[in-house]
Design a protein around this ligand. Structure first.
Ligand code: AMP
Length: 587
């Protein structure tokens, strides 16, 4: 019998990938030669779902119907609007996960039900729960949530000649993690981990966006950030310029007709030098090096004791990252495995291990946060109810179970509410709230009734709480209230139905064609649309305000149809635009 396949998914801020273990080796699955799925979801102007590159293509044209970097919102109770439709962050992530699951099913020709999904090491409990929830909505049982840097380590040799200490520096689109691991005799032991869930390549884009928009405003007196469409176009252009700056000393940002002033179109043309860009991002990179220092201190080793430095995440292609890291650690960094694919491959290795294959090292992972509760204690010289009492300290190997005894403070106390925090600050108020739990139905006893509270963190870093009243031995009801928990019990089946209906729109006739599959007639339509677009754009400046507005509207629609490769749509808008162009050229 063929054993079960557990797919590995890197659910990235910018890009996502799916991998499996085949013939004992991890392999990222590609379709039409494309392994990377941009983590972008959108709804096109006909209400159909777009995922990946087609959604990315419409980002600049229809930012109100498109969402990127959803990973940054995971675990938050926010509503994401895509046109008329409303989603939770986990629903948007579910769309990406389901697209990857279906890709893997097509490539392998098998139904797939189980996955390992990676998250930044520094994701907290709510963010991990949200990721697991997204998996469930995508029809997947998430058998393990795995930290990204840990996944990357699983792709390296688990049997080095001597014990090795690895440092993984993982800088993706939205998050930064650093982990230290000891590898010996087929066992990978994570020793410490640090990071910042709000720091990544997206922030570099943001700095460049401001740099370019400030320059444009100084020259033309127009702030491009005020128009959602112009802002989205500049953002896309600076992201591409940023990538070019990894290879070249200078990059030019160029966008035609990005704005207008006094009825005249304005073009954006700006040169960015690598040295200027490096000045912008230096403070952010200094923050990452601060995390590296803390991870080294936690593992109790010096920079000199690190044997190998591994880079993970697209943003580590930035030359300054490598340079600063080599200066700090005094050794060259490794890049044998593609930084964009290492995490998905590691997730597949973990999936293979969980499915019972001998494909990689035994993994001992850790919790990067301390988890505990608020208690009466001292904060500096003051007595305070906000003193943080950690129950599981950070860097404890997973899975782990720890308990503490608490006592009631009043006679006949029937219930107690305790808040769980995650973080390192002695003052709870500076840590992250994981949830509340309520111990109910206590026996009618005098103050001092003892309750044993047990925290269990599973291998995915997800918390379960139980409480036992010592006098009666009874296990008491514990309710963790968090946004995700409420979502799970009340809305999951609704969400599944809604997603099912939205996915059905993808299979409508006229849906996008994958890149590289354009038919001859479509190519022809696109070419003539581009020629007409150029002609029409030159007429905006002379047209009356009303005609100019109509022209701009039609040009945007045409761009969208071209980007989405909708042949019938292109031809119909082209017809309308032609009429207007002929009329304007005549007057
Ligand atoms: P990841 O989340 O690992 O896919 O990383 C995506 C981030 O890497 C995005 O911010 C990309 O803009 C960035 N990135 C990708 N390629 C490059 C490159 N060649 N130079 C600099 N940044 C890059």
């Amino acid at each position: 019998m063929q054993s079960e396949i557990i797919i590995g998914i890197d659910l990235g801020t910018t890009n996502s990938e799916v991998a499996i273990v085949r013939d004992g080796r991890p392999e990222v699955l590609a379709e039409a030669g494309e392994a990377i799925l941009p983590s972008v979801v959108g709804i096109d102007h006909q209400g159909r779902l777009l995922v990946g590159q087609p959604a990315r293509n419409q980002l600049a044209l229809a930012p109100e119907r498109t969402i990127r970097s959803i990973k940054r919102r995971m675990g938050q109770e926010v509503v994401i609007s895509l046109g008329e439709l409303k989603f939770t962050p986990q629903e948007v992530s579910a769309v990406i996960l389901r697209t990857l699951r279906e890709r893997a099913e097509r490539v392998l020709g098998l139904p797939l039900k189980k996955a390992v999904i990676t998250v930044p090491a520094f994701f907290n409990d709510a963010q991990r729960q949200a990721t697991r929830e997204a998996g469930a909505l995508a029809g997947l049982e998430v058998v393990r949530i795995l930290s990204e840097p840990t996944a990357a380590i699983l792709t390296y040799d688990p049997h080095p000649r001597d014990q090795e200490r690895l440092l993984v520096y993982d800088l993706g689109g939205g998050t930064f993690d650093v982990s230290l691991a000891r590898v010996e005799g087929g066992v990978v032991e994570i020793q410490s981990s640090h990071g910042d869930v709000q720091l990544g390549g997206d922030d570099f884009d943001q700095l460049l966006l401001d740099f370019v928009c400030d320059g444009f405003a100084a020259e033309h007196g127009v702030d491009l950030r005020r128009s959602a469409a112009a802002r989205a176009r500049v953002l896309r252009a600076v992201e591409q310029a940023k990538r070019r700056l990894s290879d070249f000393a200078v990059a030019v940002v160029e966008e035609e007709f990005i704005a207008e002033r006094d009825g005249r179109p304005l073009n954006l043309v700006m040169e960015i030098k690598r040295v200027e860009y490096e000045q912008l991002i230096r403070p952010l990179l200094a923050r990452t090096l601060g995390c590296v220092d803390r991870a080294l201190a936690d593992a109790g080793i010096t920079a000199r004791q690190v044997d190998k430095v591994i880079l993970v995440g697209g943003a580590t292609r930035t030359p300054l990252v490598r340079k600063l890291l080599e200066e700090r650690l005094g050794r060259p960094v490794h890049g044998e495995i593609e930084p964009d694919l290492a995490v998905a491959m590691g997730a597949a290795v973990q999936g293979g291990l969980l499915a019972g294959h001998n494909v990689g090292p035994i993994l001992i992972d850790i919790t990067p946060h301390s988890i505990g509760i608020n208690a009466l204690g001292r904060l500096g010289a003051e007595a305070s109810p906000y003193s943080f009492s950690p129950i599981i300290p950070r860097n404890t190997p997973l899975p782990v179970s720890r308990s503490e005894i608490y006592t009631t403070t009043s006679d006949q106390q029937e219930a107690a509410r305790i808040t769980i925090f995650q973080g390192e600050d002695p003052d709870c108020r500076n840590n992250t709230v994981v949830g509340d739990f309520l111990i109910e139905g206590l026996a009618a006893l005098p103050a001092g009734n003892q309750v044993l509270v047990k925290f269990e963190l599973d291998a995915s870093g997800i918390l379960t709480v139980t409480a036992v009243e010592r006098a009666t031995g009874l296990s008491k009801q514990v309710v963790i209230s968090s946004a995700i928990e409420r979502f799970r019990t009340t809305q999951r089946s609704d969400a599944v139905d809604r997603l099912e209906a939205i996915f059905a729109t993808m299979n409508d006739p006229g849906t996008t064609v994958a890149p590289g599959e354009d038919s001859a007639t479509l190519r022809q339509a696109v070419e003539s649309a581009k020629a007409l677009h150029a002609r029409a754009a030159t007429l905006i400046a002379q047209a009356s305000a009303e005609n100019a507005a109509e022209l701009r509207g039609l040009l945007l629609e045409l761009e969208s149809a071209v980007l989405n490769r909708q042949e019938a749509e292109i031809r119909s808008i082209q017809g309308e635009l032609e009429d207007l162009v002929f009329y304007l050229e005549d007057v």
